[in-house]
Design a protein around this ligand. Structure first.
Ligand code: ADP
Ligand code: MG
Length: 263
């Protein structure tokens, strides 16, 4: 028995025949596309590609910060509105500098409708996750760049937006913090069923996080490879996951595709 699609059943993200051009006339640069892509609810899509291939452009279009030159972008069936419906972490953290570290995270919880007592409990918990519990009272400008990035991640994890958009969020972090946050993000997505679109240039990070990885060609970015990552993640420790033979095989396939696509 088939019924017409209902409101709310659309894919979390739909990118339809999208092309994006910066500038006009002789200065015009086609950064992206044409590209079409559906991201089903609850999936973890990783976009990989060489620097300058249009990854951030694609993410900004999905976040609603840019309008496509042609084609259409929909999130939950609607035209995306900047700052609504998605938790966003960019390469450069965008925090409220006049608030404390804890204040920035608390505000995200308040926006998510979390009651005061629960907020008081969850702020230190979230800061602990990103290793910032002992700087909760500092102002944002008193933190290093890497610490600020961790506040941005805690804030995105705190919100209850069904969609997370992350643009190389771990690029500036030390290896240990990066691995811990990758694991946190993987668990959060698994537990909450949120949809994530994650941009990186690291193949290792892509295989570790993605349920699906899309490799973009060099500019203008188009889909060079669209690969499911069918790894048995549940119940595996990060090291066990990385040690699987399939893990190494997928990483090799993707490294090759990324090199080819950048060609
Ligand atoms: P990536 O994130 O994959 O490194 P971007 O999406 O940032 O790539 O950029 C894709 C291309 O578009 C690059 O060549 C970049 O120089 C160009 N570009 C990005 N933003 C702008 C802009 N605001 N104005 C003009 N060109 C831009
Ligand atoms: Mg970028």
């Amino acid at each position: 028995m088939s019924s017409p699609p209902e409101i709310g059943t659309a894919a979390a993200v739909q990118v339809q025949e999208v092309e994006h051009v910066y500038g006009t006339g002789a200065d015009a640069v086609t950064a992206l596309g044409p590209i079409s892509l559906d991201v089903p609810r609850g999936s973890f899509l990783v976009i990989v590609g060489a620097s300058g291939c249009g990854k951030s452009t694609l993410l900004r279009l999905i976040a609603g910060f840019e309008q496509p030159t042609s084609g259409a972008v929909r999130t939950a069936g609607e035209r995306p509105l900047p700052g609504a419906g998605a938790g966003v972490v960019f390469q450069q953290p965008r925090l409220l500098p006049w608030k404390s570290v804890g204040g920035n995270v608390e505000l995200a919880l308040r926006y998510a409708g979390v009651p005061r007592e629960e907020r008081a409990r969850r702020v230190p918990e979230l800061l602990e996750r990103v290793g910032l519990h002992n700087v909760a009272h500092r102002r944002i400008w008193q933190l290093s760049g890497g610490q600020q990035q961790r506040v941005a991640i805690a804030r995105a994890l705190a919100g209850d937006d069904p969609l997370l958009l992350l643009d190389e969020p771990f690029a500036a972090l030390d290896a240990l913090t990066r691995e811990r946050l990758q694991e946190d993000l993987r668990l959060v997505s698994e537990r909450t069923g949120r949809t994530s679109v994650f941009v990186t240039h690291s193949v290792e990070e892509a295989v570790f996080l993605g349920s699906r990885v899309v490799v973009l060609t060099k500019r203008p970015g188009r889909i060079a490879l669209d690969l499911d990552i069918p790894l048995p993640r549940t119940g595996l420790e990060p090291d066990e996951l990385r040690a699987l033979p399939e893990y190494g095989a997928l990483r090799a396939v993707l490294s090759h595709a990324v090199r080819d696509a950048a060609g």
